[in-house]
Design a protein around this ligand. Structure first.
Ligand SMILES: *Cc1c(COP(=O)(O)O)cnc(C)c1O
Length: 232
């Protein structure tokens, strides 16, 4: 693989090509660089190449990296928590992150809202949907999404931005497309109900193009930018 800067450029080109192919403007899609397991120096390299939005899965690792980048004087970065969130870690997330993509129950949303420091803007959140219906994966059931989104939207410390999913990997492109289209349909239902959502967070290194063609507004890309991770 090339340098992080080269990889970022290549991913940007993949996004632009996929957007153009489906008649969308490339700047409708935000690139979230998933830096989990990589050191702060890798994030610095991406920042030097112009990247500003980063995704982390592990609370303490993310908080340490946020502090490291702040100490280096990096400004204007946004940090997205995208991993499973336990109640006992919610305070650190509410105090340090700008976004949370993994809201799957009201209890955790209410904790984050209450724990968001008053001096900060509301925490941007997406409801995570278990769109492939796998028993082992987190996310709320599709049928519960509307009710959860409406409750989350009413919490004062949070700003509901949209939906997120991690579909089960599929080798067949058409099978890969179906859950992404189901998430897009749920997102349109939220909009039709008047919820002010603007973010459909779907698409990873292996299904970026399919996700963009299905309507993603934010893609979460790790491997194609930073390389293969040793661990999850
Ligand atoms: C790790 C991870 C990603 C990035 O996946 P890649 O396949 O490395 O691009 C995206 N979203 C979530 C929720 C992740 O945990």
């Amino acid at each position: 693989m090339g340098s992080i800067a080269d990889n970022l450029q290549a991913v940007g080109q993949r996004i632009a090509a996929a957007a153009t192919a489906s008649g969308r403007a490339p700047d409708e899609i935000v690139l979230l660089a998933v830096s989990k397991t990589w050191p702060a120096s890798a994030v610095s390299e991406a920042v030097a190449a112009g990247q500003s939005a980063f995704g982390e899965n592990y609370v303490q690792e993310g908080v340490d990296k946020i502090a490291a980048l702040r100490a280096q004087g990096a400004n204007g970065l946004t940090w997205h928590f995208i991993g499973p969130l336990q109640s006992n870690k919610s305070k650190l997330v509410a105090e340090n992150f700008d976004w949370v993509h993994s809201i799957d129950r009201l209890k955790i949303a209410a904790r984050l809202s209450a724990q968001r420091p008053p001096g900060l803007p509301p925490l941007n959140v997406c409801v995570q949907v278990n769109i492939s219906g796998e028993a082992s994966k987190s996310g709320c059931a599709p049928a519960e999404t509307m009710a959860l989104a409406e409750s989350v939207a009413a919490l004062p410390g949070l700003r509901l931005r949209g939906l997120m999913a991690i579909p089960e990997p599929q080798s067949d492109p058409e099978a890969q497309r179906q859950p992404l289209l189901r998430l897009k349909a749920l997102y349109e239902q939220l909009r039709a109900a008047g919820l002010p959502v603007d973010t459909l967070s779907m698409g990873m290194s292996h299904d970026l193009e399919t996700a963009v063609s299905a309507g993603a507004t934010m893609v979460r890309i790790g491997t194609a930018i930073f390389g293969q991770r040793d661990k999850q």
